[in-house]
Ligand binder design. Structure first.
Ligand SMILES: NC(=O)c1ccc[n+]([C@@H]2O[C@H](COP(=O)([O-])OP(=O)(O)OC[C@H]3O[C@@H](n4cnc5c(N)ncnc54)[C@H](OP(=O)(O)O)[C@@H]3O)[C@@H](O)[C@H]2O)c1
Length: 245
């Protein structure tokens, strides 16, 4: 799958929502999905960054994206419902959902992990993706087939000292993915996770400030698995934890 090469119009006429679409891996996924023909709904908390991604997609002559400025830390049920109504009105269905937005929180011993940090990280990295999934499932059911992709991490598969709230949230993310996959088994919707691996982004730089970013893969280099799982070549995949590298 790491060598996967999609056909050029893999996502033609597909509506795909990407969270954290303004920066890093989410930005690249939005650009890559648009390049494969998708109409991308760009969700993130910094409007300016979303507009830059929107402009880049338009400049390539691709399908006009939509911008949803929403802070997942404070978003409430009414806002998720409003988003679902908006998508229903504009597009009628949703073919793909990439849960990508995450917070790193602070790194340090679990013994000293501030509980408010734990709660904030869990809110953005776990609770928000469950709430968003709940709101969007009726629209995902309307598509002939739909893909939900969760973003995990190496520390969401094996615990590691000092990765506290973030590691806990990524284990929970795998739990959400698996629980949903089992419930969706035999349906038209599939649920899988990706561990991007070390990737050249702002989040990686804040976790490893002394590291030379040039030694890391770029978001563009890890896209094959994101493309594979979003398109029809992965219709048979459900409940699996993938690695992007
Ligand atoms: N990079 C790596 O090496 C690596 C490794 C393993 C897993 N991951 C995972 O890959 C995913 C993408 O990470 P990245 O490295 O691309 O991180 P990033 O560069 O920090 O980008 C994260 C994106 O999420 C958005 N976001 C954060 N909090 C948000 C909130 N409350 N509401 C809405 N949007 C929010 C950010 O918005 P702003 O732009 O406004 O800040 C940003 O666009 C994450 O799930 C991360 O855990 C990354």
């Amino acid at each position: 799958m790491l060598e996967y090469q999609p056909k050029k119009d893999l996502l033609k006429n597909k509506i795909v929502l990407v969270t954290g679409a303004g920066d890093g891996i989410g930005k690249q996924a939005a650009l890559s999905y648009a390049a494969l023909g998708a109409t991308v709904i760009l969700l993130g908390r910094t409007q300016q960054k979303l507009v830059a991604v929107y402009d880049a997609i338009i400049a390539q002559g691709q399908a006009t994206p939509a911008i949803v400025a929403l802070d997942l830390q404070t978003a409430n049920d009414a806002q998720y419902q409003e988003l679902a109504q908006l998508i229903a009105h504009e597009f009628g269905q949703l073919d793909g959902l990439l849960h990508n937005a995450s917070l790193l929180g602070s790194l340090g011993p679990l013994e000293h992990l501030p509980i408010d940090t734990l709660e904030t990280v869990l809110k953005v990295n776990v609770t928000a993706q469950v709430a968003l999934t709940q709101a969007l499932l009726p629209l995902l059911r309307k598509a002939p087939s739909a893909s939900i992709i969760f973003t995990s991490s190496s520390v969401g598969r094996k615990g590691r000292a000092f990765w506290g709230a973030y590691a806990i949230s990524k284990f929970a993310t795998e739990g959400v993915m698996q629980t949903l996959a089992d419930e969706l088994d035999g349906s038209t919707i599939r649920s899988n996770s990706i561990n991007p691996g070390a990737t050249r982004t702002t989040m990686r730089a804040s976790a490893y400030p002394a590291e030379d970013p040039q030694t890391l893969k770029t978001p563009a280099e890890i896209m094959p698995i994101y493309e594979y799982l979003m398109g029809e070549d992965s219709l048979h995949e459900n409940g699996r934890a993938f690695n992007a590298q």
